[in-house]
Design a protein around this ligand. Sequence first.
Ligand code: CA2
Length: 148
Amino acid sequence: MSETIVHVLNGPNLNLLGTREPGIYGTTTLADIEALCSKAGEAHGLSVIFRQTNHEGELVEMIHAARGALGIVLNAGAYTHTSVALRDAISATGVPTVEVHISNVFAREDFRHHSYLSPVARGVICGFGGQSYVLGIAALAATRTPPA
Ligand code: CA2
């Protein structure tokens, strides 16, 4: 077990953050969010592994690779609304997963109101920009069992 490791996984198009649609996603880049996550990890005594991919299968592999970790903070991007494969990967590995979104998906188009992942997630945080990730890391840290 690697109970001091949190995997922060990002799905499709999140590498474009800060370059387009600032009205929805702000001007924060993914590199800025990675820095926020590292800082949050340090504050909680956790190591953060931060990754992004545009490919669904690769995201499945990344979830598998997180087995034994304290948890996953997952922004699956548009796959949130489409992917049974990601949902099965979360269920199959049993790694506590916090679903996060930069935007408030419930204030947006109807198709973003449904998530295949929420029912198997430990919890869901959305609408707080890059802070959604920081809150996700804090939530996992709060679930940590103190050493005996
Ligand atoms: O709000 C979020 O974090 C989302 O997961 C972002 C996804 C979207 O499909 C989800 O419904 C909500 C989209 C990520 C694409 O990011 C872009 C970045 C720059 C320009 C355009 C899209």
